[in-house]
Design a protein around this ligand. Structure first.
Ligand code: PLP
Length: 416
């Protein structure tokens, strides 16, 4: 990086290079927009990576933070605080009014809690194995990469944490065949996010529930990316199963993170009431879990989502995006292959042979995201040829149309 760019230079010099960063230095945000050091304004349809669920610098969230910071930012979980109590109550309410929550700091850590829950629950029966899906993503800790069904995250980190197996996603028979007497749990994303936006089918979810109940193993859902109203309901399975006759679907446990903290680091997992005493005193913990500052922020975000009916907004704006992108696919079939998703979790897949991308061996997903940056839009790459829209839940129709116009301009150029 050149000396002409001291901020990027300082990060490249002093921060371990685990991220492929784009050459944009963001100084601040406002609503659905971010601003760069060199004075550019970009529409943010990535919202972090599905984290800033109410956009940037939200005035009510900023006021809540300031107010809470003046009271107390952190005290350990040796004591009780009101923000954590209110947030837990609301989350349990959204989970169906029963069961309990554990608070932590990230998605990987939330899933770690689920692995420990499954192992303790299976202990007396000698069950410890967890089956996950191919193409899944569950985080970057050692157990997280063992759980993740993508080889690229595992490279170089052998020996793996024992007890994880992967089967094809949306394939109930493969799951049935993989279960052994050692299986403690199944862990599935309702919509595979990092893998490229692949929703579970209703039949798969219903089949998994029946299978797990019959075999007495836990059904655990990783809702880190697809949960927290992103698909138009608190949980993705509520969206997936909304037209199904089965309303009884309920996992035994689920993890949350990303949008839960509305831009601050927070993770959580919920367990059903019959499991709420499996993890007892001393069996699990984290210093910063449910700290009052982050809890107050998350609680305020949840209140705003409820008050402004943003779940509905996620469906209507999300459907608008999907519909318009389907039109773009019809107009530019040489560039756009497919759009997938639910609500505000949308994956757009490119065709394999876009001439403008053939000169570089970098993935098409990264190249399109860079072109969109140049045109004033932030989106998120996934896999080799997919870019994702994971916008703030309060995105307006005007902003959505602005994003669609930018996408069309870039796609049109690629097609010509
Ligand atoms: N699970 C899923 C489904 C995710 O998408 C992610 C992150 O992308 C994680 C877990 C890990 O979350 P974190 O990066 O907060 O550890």
């Amino acid at each position: 990086m050149s000396d002409a760019n001291p901020i990027q230079n300082r990060i490249d010099t002093h921060v371990i290079a685990t991220y492929g960063r784009f050459p944009l230095t963001i100084t601040h945000g406002n609503g659905s927009y971010v601003f760069t050091e060199d004075g550019r304004q970009l529409l943010d349809l990535g919202a972090g990576i599905a984290t800033a669920c109410l956009g940037h610098a939200h005035p009510e969230l900023a006021a809540t933070l300031a107010e809470q910071a003046k009271k107390i930012t952190h005290i350990s979980n040796l004591y009780y605080t009101e923000p954590q109590s209110l947030l837990a109550e609301k989350l349990v309410h959204h989970a169906g009014g029963h069961g309990k929550i554990f608070f932590c700091n990230s998605g990987a850590e939330a899933n770690e809690g689920l692995y420990k829950l499954a192992r303790l629950h299976g202990l007396t029966k000698g069950r410890y194995e967890i089956i996950t899906a191919e193409n899944s993503f569950h985080g970057r800790t050692l157990a997280g990469i063992a759980a993740t069904g993508q080889n690229k995250v595992k490279q170089g980190f052998n020996p793996p944490v024992e007890g994880f197996r992967h089967v094809p996603f949306n394939d109930l028979e493969a799951m049935r065949a993989a279960i052994t007497e050692k299986t403690a749990a199944i862990l599935i994303e309702g919509v595979q996010g990092e893998g490229g936006i692949y929703p579970a089918t209703p039949e798969y979810l219903i089949g998994l529930r029946k299978l797990c109940t019959k075999k007495n193993i836990l059904l655990m859902m990783d809702s880190v990316q697809c949960g927290f109203f992103r698909t138009g309901n608190f949980q993705s399975w509520q969206t997936i199963l909304k037209n199904s006759k089965t309303h009884e679907f309920k996992p035994d446990a689920f993890s949350l993170a990303k949008s839960l903290g509305a831009g601050l680091p927070m993770g959580a997992f919920w367990v059903n009431e019959n499991l709420q005493d499996v993890l007892g005193p001393g069996s699990h913990g984290t210093t910063f879990g449910g700290t009052p500052l982050v809890s107050a922020h998350a609680l305020k975000a949840l209140e705003i989502i409820e008050r402004d009916d943003l779940a509905k907004n996620a469906i209507s704006i999300g459907n608008h995006f999907t519909h318009q992108i389907q039109n773009l696919i019809r107009t530019y079939p040489s560039v756009l292959k497919e759009v997938r998703g639910l609500g505000m979790m949308i994956g757009i897949e490119l065709t394999k042979s876009i001439p403008a991308f053939s000169a570089s061996n970098r993935p098409a997903s990264v190249q399109i995201v860079e072109l969109l940056h140049d045109a004033g839009l932030l989106t998120i790459p996934a896999g080799a040829s997919i870019f994702r829209l994971l916008p703030p839940l309060n995105l307006s129709q005007t902003e959505a149309n602005e994003g669609l116009d930018i996408i069309e301009r870039v796609i049109k150029k690629l097609a010509s």
